[in-house]
Design a protein around this ligand. Structure first.
Ligand code: SF4
Ligand code: SF4
Length: 389
């Protein structure tokens, strides 16, 4: 297949009309960390998690959708995690699962991931995202758990050994940028890239109501400066991620991957300090639904509770079609709502032909241009050294 044909095939898949596409499911409120960045901290470790039967009813009554964003609490503290994921793959056609973890419970993680891989079809991709917010002292201080960094790194090492070659299980690190780790993020990236045990590292500016407000004192200019220094990491992982694809397809995949990430960085910068309109409508509540650990539902993770699934007999379609949810969608549109939440930026771009056709390729071009015209940054030199070893 030629590159242009590939381009138009991928484009067709990416310019769909808006439809329900993603569920954010808080599988438990239980957590063994004390993160000072946690927007869910006031709900943690309550005793009102949805039962397996209620989650089963949610799955049976939900429309088909592709992406399941697991949330919590620490998801691996939910005993039936693998069975829940397999159920959504079976009943709803879920083909991509985003699975965050603090990495502190390797035995539980590996037992559950083994079951997930055994019980889901081969075309279900799972992104296992380990949280790392700095080098050892900084990470442990932000997350409130002694030796957290060392323990999570060891879990990542074991995961690499155990799942090496399992292509549909991508092992990534998710890093939250805060005031406290700002100066360390590049060093963390270099350390992880040098370890060579990951498929990607993703960066998000701290968002929502963090218990420690001081972590949020970041300005647009400094975040923009950091983003420029982080793009080389995305390029590094993009090469690895798409190395198996034939030429043509590989270049297009890299273009969309890097263009998307650059666009996310742009929106994080623009929306950090003031409301700035996204280049697409936020589709929260239409293409997405957030279900808290206790069955309360929302359009997105940053807005308030819209309703309680219990009032709808845990019927997902009924809750999605409810007056409350329809009013919420209208309110989002009329408020010109804005934020830096990558998951919802990602979900919303999927339904915007303008973003898919112009904004993402343009963001990629700008990144290429910046790369060509700017003086080499320290980490690029470091990468070159690393890759030539
Ligand atoms: S951010 Fe995640 S790991 Fe940290 S306290 Fe909150 S739920 Fe737990
Ligand atoms: S813009 Fe952000 S806060 Fe507003 S509805 Fe969308 S995801 Fe939620």
């Amino acid at each position: 297949m030629t590159a242009p044909r590939n381009y138009f095939r991928i484009l067709r898949e990416r310019t769909r009309s808006a439809e329900f596409n993603a569920m954010f499911l808080f599988v438990t409120s239980r957590c063994n960390s004390l993160c000072r960045t946690c927007f869910y901290f006031d709900k943690l470790n309550s005793r009102d998690d949805l039962t397996f039967g209620q989650i089963q009813r949610i799955s049976e009554t939900a429309p088909p959708f592709r992406k399941l964003w697991i949330s919590g609490g620490e998801p691996f503290l939910r005993a039936e995690l693998a069975e829940i994921i397999a159920m959504f793959a079976r009943n709803n056609g879920v083909r991509n699962v985003n699975l965050p973890t603090n990495g502190l419970l390797p035995e539980k993680i590996f037992a559950a991931v083994d079951r997930m891989l055994a019980e889901t079809p081969d075309d279900v991709a799972i992104d296992l995202n380990f949280s790392l917010d700095g080098l050892a002292n900084t990470h442990d201080a932000i997350r409130g758990v002694p030796n957290n960094f060392t323990r999570t790194i060891e879990t990542i090492r074991q995961a690499e050994e155990r799942y090496r070659g399992v292509k549909r299980l991508r092992r990534n690190v998710a890093t939250v940028i805060t005031r406290e780790n700002y100066d360390e993020i590049v060093r963390l990236g270099l350390y992880l890239a040098g370890e060579n045990k990951l498929n990607g590292q993703y960066f998000e500016v701290v968002r929502g109501e963090a218990p420690d407000k001081s972590l949020k004192s970041l300005g647009r200019e400094e975040v923009a400066a950091l983003h420029k220094r982080l793009m080389p990491f995305h390029r590094h992982y993009a090469k690895k991620l798409f190395a198996h694809l034939p030429p043509g397809v590989r270049q297009i995949a890299e273009l969309y991957y890097l263009g998307n990430l650059r666009l996310h960085f742009d929106l994080h910068e623009k929306c950090l300090e003031q409301p700035t309109r996204w280049p697409m409508r936020c589709t929260a509540g239409d293409s997405t639904m957030v279900i808290d650990h206790n069955g309360k539902f929302r359009s997105c993770e940053l807005r308030g509770i819209v309703g309680d699934l219990a009032e709808f007999g845990y019927d997902t379609r009924a809750a999605l079609a409810s007056t409350q949810m329809r009013d919420e969608v209208k309110a989002i549109e009329s408020a010109n709502c804005w934020c830096t939440h990558s998951c919802f930026i990602h979900e919303s771009t999927k339904f915007s032909p303008r973003v898919q056709l112009f904004e993402i390729p343009y963001a990629w071009l700008r990144d290429r241009f910046e790369r060509l015209t700017e003086a080499p940054l320290d980490e690029i030199t470091a990468f070159k050294t690393m890759e030539s070893l």
